[in-house]
Write a protein that binds this ligand. Structure first.
Ligand SMILES: [Zn+2]
Length: 391
């Protein structure tokens, strides 16, 4: 359903193409929409984890992740929380809830999303998100910070030897979170803001007066852009946690008509040689919002659409399965020449899914490749003798 971007479970059920589900997806019998919801509701989301790691291992084995390495052998992992469901009436045992002054209640679902990103790569590789849900046996709401703790513990269990640089927005730049990242051997590039990190910025200002801050500029004449940096290593994150020392980068991108300003802290030692790359790593964080959440919301995935809520886990299971479909699609985008050719021809993902669905429901195919070929060359024409690739 999510692979085909069917708009609802009912729509998917009505147009079910059992033959293609068998040949393309290897699914023998698909339950009807009501039965499917009943079956999925009690399923604990953690059973989906091996499917995420299985696709990830295939990407590793196929050397597809090599293009995603950053600053040598690191992977840049962007984390961010997002809300994908909110209601005053519909709720389940996993819902977060907020009681308003007038006694009414808003129920919601959030997740901590994670994706391997790279400044030069359009594709992102999502990992299994950590649901932000009411925890079993408690009445307390969960929060993004707790979810992040659970996430990094599972990340290390799944990938004990991979080297990650975690990149997040300025909400994450607090001492307990940085200590957690450190405890799991994770590097970081985290946003900071003058308004939220007052003592850090005061400290940098004092360092500037003492002549300890390095200024660096790089001119990109072709693009008409000046990259201006100032950085200082080994400063305290804030007054109350002076033992947490960070390296600080402030950056201005100056072009003809505008100036953009960013600042980050990192545990990686900043030098004139690496500051430009660290900046690009910090800025690649937006890909978790733009290339991941916004794609799920606006590119045909119906992320905020309610496929069914259930009373236990259904809503969470659907969100995880949608992310799994997104992972498979991103893998196709990186590894499958047919997928890329069809996408280029049609010009948008939205149109690609639409055409794919139309053919899927009406004609019998032996494989996804045959379906992509039909989309590329037209359905009536026979396939050319010379293949595009030999995979
Ligand atoms: Zn719920």
């Amino acid at each position: 359903m999510f692979s085909l971007k069917a708009p609802s479970l009912l729509a998917f059920d009505k147009e079910r193409a059992e033959g293609n589900l068998r040949t393309i997806y290897g699914i023998q019998h698909v339950p009807g929409d009501t039965y499917m919801r009943e079956r999925l509701d009690p399923v604990a989301p953690k059973v989906l984890r091996p499917m995420f790691t299985s696709v990830f291992r295939q990407l590793q084995r196929g050397k597809a992740l090599e293009a995603m390495t950053f600053l040598g052998s690191y992977y840049l992992l962007a984390l961010d929380g997002t809300e994908y469901f909110s209601s005053k009436t519909i709720h389940c045992a996993s819902c977060l809830h907020k009681v308003h002054r007038n006694g009414s209640c808003t129920y919601s679902h959030q997740m901590l999303g994670a994706a391997i990103v790279h400044p030069d790569q359009r594709a992102v590789i999502p990992l299994m998100p950590e649901p932000i849900v009411k925890q079993d046996g408690t009445d307390k709401n969960d929060c993004e910070r707790n979810a992040a703790k659970r996430f990094v513990a599972k990340l290390r269990r799944d990938h004990p030897h991979l080297q990650f640089i975690i990149t997040e927005d300025s909400l994450s730049s607090n001492a307990p979170h940085i200590e957690t990242l450190h405890a799991y051997g994770l590097h970081y590039i985290l946003g900071v803001k003058a308004g939220d990190h007052v003592s850090l910025f005061q400290h940098v200002q004092a360092a500037e007066h003492a002549g300890d801050v390095t200024a660096y500029e790089r001119h990109d004449r072709a693009a008409g852009v000046v990259h201006r940096f100032r950085f200082v290593n080994d400063v305290p994150l804030n007054a109350s946690h002076a033992e947490v020392r960070v390296n600080f980068i402030e950056y201005w991108e100056i072009s003809q008509d505008k100036v953009q300003h960013f600042s980050w802290v990192t545990d990686l030692r900043v030098t004139k040689r690496n500051v430009f790359h660290l900046m690009r790593g910090g800025r690649a964080r937006w890909k978790i919002e733009n290339e991941t959440f916004n794609t799920l919301k606006n590119q045909g995935y119906n992320f905020e659409h309610n496929y069914g809520h259930g009373v236990q886990h259904l809503s969470v299971i659907f969100a995880m399965l949608m992310m799994l479909a997104f992972l498979v699609d991103q893998t196709q985008q990186v590894c499958c020449a047919w997928f890329r050719a069809v996408w280029t021809k049609l010009g948008s993902k939205r149109l690609l899914w639409e055409r794919m669905r139309a053919l899927f429901y009406d004609y019998a195919f032996r494989s996804m490749r045959q379906l992509f070929k039909a989309l590329l060359y037209g359905f009536q024409k026979s396939s050319p003798l010379v293949m595009l690739d030999s995979t």
